[in-house]
Design a protein around this ligand. Sequence first.
Ligand code: UD1
Length: 388
Amino acid sequence: MKIHLIAAARPNFMKIAPLYHALKREVWADPVIVHTGQHYDINMSDAFFRDLELPDPHIHLGIGSGSHAEQTGSVMIAYEKVLLKEKPALVVVVGDVNSTMACTIAASKIVYPSLPDGSDEDQPHNHRPIVAHLEAGLRSNDRSMPEEINRIVTDALADILWTPSADALDNLLREGVDRQKIENVGNIMIDSLEMMRSKIESADAFGTFGLSKGGYGLITLHRPSNVDSLESLTTLCRMLIGASQKTPLVFPIHPRTRKNLNAFGLMGMLRDTDNLILTEPMNYIRFMNLVFNCKFVITDSGGIQEETTYLGIPCLTMRPNTERPVTVDQGTNQLCAMENLQGHIEKIVAGETKPHLVPDLWDGHTAGRIVDFIRRRTRQRVPARIGS
Ligand code: UD1
């Protein structure tokens, strides 16, 4: 069974890796990694393939950066050609980036030409691939986020919806999705973390920055709503400089953020701040070593809200909402307005942290549950659209 795993941007790589390794162990499965090229820098892409022990992508679409429409359209055009040539039986898309939506649309509308001898006539599912969305059902209910549009479109079209948590399943049911299409499989990112735990624990990235265990905060910021305008990025920089007076901070800077810090003339003031260590984006193992050993995280990433919840590390999310409410209700995450950042950090440094739980099925066995699901459901003769 030819299974395309679509990988595009940094947060996708740790979602496909456990599934690729699990499928590779199955005799019936032929997993094929399709990289759209949305992220292309060595430290945004290749370094993650290396750390996660993935082979080079089997197929590379080489799309690169662009406006939303350019990126989405270019991926659709390139992936449609691949679909017609390769005819995968299953396409697995992950997360919520532009390429996730683009490949979902292309795969949902493709029609494979029938075999000339008509021998495939009784197998309607052979005329197009089944599309499965891993990390389905997350909703911020904020359509100004490009990812929210990607989530809604992807979930509306995918045949199989693998959710990470009960709230995601509820969101889909509320939207009228057929229950049969949904399976709560848990959080695949925790599989990557557990798969790499021993390497992460022995990496000593924090030591190489001269930091001590539990003696620093870690920052990641890249959302357009935070970093694309002069006003919000200036306020954030001032807040971070203020926070660095309390405790050392490490800030691996995303390319989007770096571009804007330079364009707005803000990089200099960050560089001149003693307790603030600026670095390039880091590979998975070294970055996770920084997460494992920090006192708290300041972020606007989605995945880091989940990783900190799993690890029990306080997380301050610089956003008015989250598509991952389970990390706030059960985990260590708190939504944080810029003006409250200082106060939150003071409390954390003083040892005031909230009680927390690890959500159900965030246990490092999600890839195994997905492989069982595929074996059970899609390898039998099923209608082209599961549940229809
Ligand atoms: C994308 C995803 C976002 C995800 C994030 C993780 C969408 C809409 N957004 O945002 O959900 O959280 O990835 O990083 O899909 N760039 C480089 N090198 C790279 C990649 C990007 O320099 O390897 C620069 C380019 O200038 C590019 C900009 O970063 O224009 C933004 O990249 P893009 O992939 O469009 O969006 P992200 O902000 O990374």
